[in-house]
Ligand binder design. Structure first.
Ligand code: HAS
Ligand code: HEM
Ligand code: CU
Length: 562
C-alpha cells in the first residue's frame, strides 16, 4: 500500500497512526463476512418455525451447505478478524508502540488467503461439514487448509502482540502492564494454548486424510482434539468483549474501573482454566472415562467463577458511574446511565443477554442435565445469547466509537445505531426463548425440520406451536436489526467528511484506586509463568484422556453425505 493513492484527508487520518488502517481492515473485513453469514440466519430461524425457504434458493444445494456457511463465517471467521484487529491495535496504542506494519499486513493477507480457500470449498458444495467438521464427514482439503491458515494467522497476530508487550516490559523494568494490554495479552496466551488441539487435529490428521495420503481417521480422537480447542475458543470470543466491559464501559458511562485488580484476576483465571474443560461437549461420547468427564465438569464450574466476578465487578462500575451522576435507589440508579449512547447501550444489552447465556451454560455443564438438552435446539438457543449477542452485540457497540476513531468520520445516524442494538437484543432474546423451549420439547438441532413429511412436521407444530412461532418471528426481528446496523456501518464508512481532529479517542478508563504497588497485581503480571502453569494443568486434564485413544485407535474411512 503506498500513500500516494490516498486522498489528502485519508493521509491525514492515518498519518500519525498508520496502525489504524490495519485495525480498520481487520474489523471491517470481519463485519463483511458476518453480513453474509447473518443473512442466512433468518432462513434457519424460519426452518425452526416449520417454513422451508431453502428450496427457493438455487445457490444453496442443501440446508447443510447454508448452515456450514453460517457457522463458519459467523463463529469462526468474523470473530477471528475482529479480534485480531482490536487485540493488536488496543495494546499498541496503550503502550504507545507501533506494531511491525509489514508483518501485520502479511498476517491480514494470509488470513484472507485461508478464508478464500475455505470459501471455495464451501461454496462449491465440497465441504458441507458444519463449523465443527466432525470426521468421518470428509470435506475438500481446501477447507481444512483454509481453516489452518485462519488459525495460523491469528496466532501470528497474537505472537506479534506478545512480542510487543515483552519489548515494553524490557524497557520498563518493574512497571506493571497497563490493564487493557494485560487483558489482551492474557487472552492471546490463552488462545495460543487453546489452539493446540485444532492445530494437531487439522495438520496431523485431517489435511493428510482429506488429501488421500492416509486412508482412515479416528473420529473420537478428532472430536476430542476439536473440543480441546472448541471450548476455549468461546473465551477467545468472549474475552475481547470483557476487555471492553472492564476497560471502556466505566469511562463510557461516566465513571471509573472500581476494581482493576479484580479484572486482572479474572483474566488470570481464564488463562489457567479455559482449556481443561472441553469434555463437557463430549458427555455423551463413548470411549471416554466418566471420571475424566466429571473432573472436567468440575473444572467447567470453576471457569464460570471469573465470569461471575466480571458480572459483579462490571455491575459495580456501572453503579458507581450512575451514583456519581446522582442515581439513587436499589435499581433507580440505572436510569442515570447513558442509554442514549448506542455504544454503551449495545454493550449493556449484550451483558444482559449473557446473564441468561451463562445460566444456560451452567445447565449444559451439569452432566445429568446435559443429557436432556444435548443436540437439541436448546444448544443454538444457548450460543446465540453468548457468541451471537454477548460477543457480537458488544463488537457492534465497539464499532460505534471504533469506526469513527479509526477513520475520522462521524458515526452515521446515532439514532439508527441505537435502534439497531435494541432490535438485535430483542430479536436474540426472542430467538433464545423459542429455541431453548423447542429444545426442551425434544426438537433436535441441525435438523432441516421444515422439509419433513407433512405428518411429521405437523406433530412438531402441534407440540411446539408457540416456540416455533417465536423463533420464526425472531428471525425477522434480527433481519431488521442487521439491516439497521449495516446501514450505520456503510453510512459511516462511505460518509466523506473526515474530521480527524475531533474523532473520538479510545475510551480507556481510569482505575478508582492506584494498583501499581499491589502485590497481587505484580504476581498476576507474570503472564509467562501463568502460561506455563496453565500448560501443566492442561497436560494433567488431557493426557489421561488422549493417551488411551492413541493406544486403541478406532479408524474409519471418510464419507461424504451431501
Ligand atoms: Fe457454552 C455449548 C457450557 C459460555 C458458546 N457454548 C456451546 C456452544 C457454543 C457455546 C458455540 O457445559 C455449542 C457448540 C456446538 O456447536 O456444539 N458455556 C458453558 C458454560 C459457560 C459457557 C459453563 N458458551 C459460553 C460462551 C460462549 C459459548 C461465553 C460464546 C461466546 N456451552 C457449555 C456446554 C456446552 C456449551 C456444556 C455443550 C452443550 C452440549 O450438550 O452440546 C460459562 O462460561 C458461562 C459463565 C457465565 C456467567 C454469566 C456472567 C454474567 C455476566 C453479565 C453481567 C451483566 C451485567 C449487566 C453486569 C456465569 C458477566 C448489568 C445490567 C444493568 C442494566 C446494570
Ligand atoms: C446456528 C439463526 C446469527 C452463530 C443457527 C441456527 C439458527 C440460527 C436457527 C440453528 C440451525 C440448526 O441447528 O439447524 C440465526 C439468526 C441470526 C444468527 C436468525 C441473526 C440474524 C448468528 C451470529 C452468530 C451465529 C451473529 C455468531 C457470531 C451460529 C453458529 C451456529 C448457528 C455457530 C451453529 C451451526 C451448526 O450447528 O453447525 N443460527 N443466527 N449465528 N449460528 Fe446463528
Ligand atoms: Cu464449552
Amino acid at each position: 500500500m503506498t500513500t500516494s493513492t490516498f486522498t489528502p484527508s485519508q493521509e491525514q487520518a492515518y498519518a500519525t497512526h498508520p496502525e489504524k488502517k490495519i485495525a480498520l481492515y481487520y474489523t471491517v473485513t470481519g463485519l463483511i463476512f458476518l453480513l453474509v453469514g447473518v443473512l442466512l440466519g433468518p432462513l434457519q430461524a424460519l426452518n425452526y418455525a416449520g417454513i422451508d425457504v431453502y428450496k427457493y434458493l438455487p445457490f444453496l444445494k442443501s440446508y447443510y451447505q447454508g448452515l456450514t456457511l453460517h457457522g463458519v463465517l459467523n463463529a469462526l471467521v468474523f470473530t477471528t478478524y475482529f479480534i485480531c484487529g482490536i487485540l493488536l491495535y488496543l495494546p499498541a496504542r496503550e503502550l504507545n508502540l507501533r506494531p511491525n506494519l509489514k508483518f501485520a499486513w502479511f498476517t491480514y493477507w494470509l488470513m484472507n488467503f485461508g478464508v478464500v480457500l475455505a470459501a471455495i470449498a464451501i461454496l462449491g458444495n465440497n465441504a458441507s461439514v458444519l463449523y465443527t467438521f466432525y470426521p468421518p464427514l470428509k470435506g475438500s482439503p481446501l477447507f481444512y487448509i483454509g481453516a489452518a491458515l485462519l488459525v495460523a494467522s491469528s496466532l501470528l497476530v497474537g505472537g506479534q502482540t506478545i512480542y510487543m508487550w515483552t519489548g515494553w516490559k524490557r524497557q520498563h523494568p518493574g512497571k506493571v502492564t497497563p490493564v487493557t494490554t494485560y487483558m489482551s495479552v492474557a487472552t492471546w496466551f490463552m488462545w495460543i494454548l487453546a489452539s493446540l488441539g485444532i492445530v494437531v487435529e487439522v495438520v496431523v490428521y485431517l489435511i493428510p486424510w482429506s488429501l488421500g495420503w492416509t486412508p482412515t481417521v479416528d473420529p473420537l480422537l478428532a472430536r476430542t482434539l476439536f473440543w480441546y480447542t472448541g471450548h476455549p475458543i468461546v473465551y477467545f470470543w468472549l474475552l475481547p468483549a470483557y476487555v471492553s466491559w472492564y476497560a471502556f464501559i466505566p469511562r463510557q458511562s461516566g465513571g471509573k474501573i472500581v476494581s482493576e485488580p479484580l479484572a486482572r484476576l479474572a483474566f488470570g483465571l481464564f488463562l489457567l482454566l479455559s482449556v481443561p474443560v472441553g469434555l463437557h461437549h463430549q458427555f455423551t461420547d463413548p470411549g471416554i472415562s466418566n471420571t475424566w468427564k466429571l473432573i472436567q465438569m468440575c473444572l467447567t464450574f470453576a471457569v464460570a467463577v471469573p465470569s461471575m466476578l466480571t458480572a459483579f465487578s462490571v455491575g459495580a462500575s456501572l453503579e458507581y458511574a450512575a451514583r456519581l451522576k446522582g442515581g439513587k435507589g436499589l435499581v433507580g440508579w440505572m436510569g442515570k446511565l447513558p442509554w442514549q449512547d448506542a455504544s454503551f447501550t449495545a454493550q449493556v444489552l449484550a451483558m444482559t443477554s449473557f446473564i441468561f447465556g451463562g445460566a444456560g451454560g451452567m445447565v449444559n455443564a451439569s452432566m445429568s442435565l446435559d443429557h436432556v438438552v444435548h443436540n437439541t435446539a436448546w444448544i443454538p438457543g444457548h450460543f446465540h445469547i453468548t457468541v451471537g449477542t454477548a460477543t457480537t452485540l458488544t463488537f457492534f457497540g465497539m464499532t460505534f466509537w471504533l469506526l469513527p476513531h479509526l477513520t475520522g468520520k462521524k458515526l452515521f445516524s446515532p439514532k439508527m445505531a441505537l435502534a439497531s442494538c435494541w432490535w438485535w437484543f430483542i430479536g436474540m432474546m426472542t430467538f433464545a426463548l423459542g429455541m431453548h423451549w423447542e429444545g426442551l420439547l425434544g426438537i433436535p438441532r441441525r435438523a432441516h425440520i421444515a422439509a419433513l413429511p407433512a405428518e411429521q412436521l405437523a406433530q412438531y407444530s402441534q407440540n411446539a406451536h408457540i416456540p416455533m412461532v417465536l423463533t420464526g418471528i425472531s428471525g425477522m426481528l434480527l433481519l431488521v436489526g442487521a439491516i439497521l446496523y449495516y446501514t450505520v456501518v456503510a453510512g459511516t464508512l462511505w460518509g466523506n467528511q473526515r474530521d480527524v481532529k475531533n474523532a473520538p479517542e479510545i475510551p480507556f478508563s481510569e482505575s478508582l484506586t492506584p494498583t501499581e504497588s499491589r502485590r497481587s497485581v505484580r504476581v498476576l503480571d507474570r503472564l509467562w509463568l501463568w502460561f506455563g502453569v496453565a500448560f501443566l494443568i492442561v497436560l494433567g486434564a488431557y493426557l489421561p484422556v488422549i493417551l488411551p485413544m492413541l493406544h486403541n485407535p478406532t479408524l474409519v474411512p471418510g464419507m461424504r453425505l451431501w
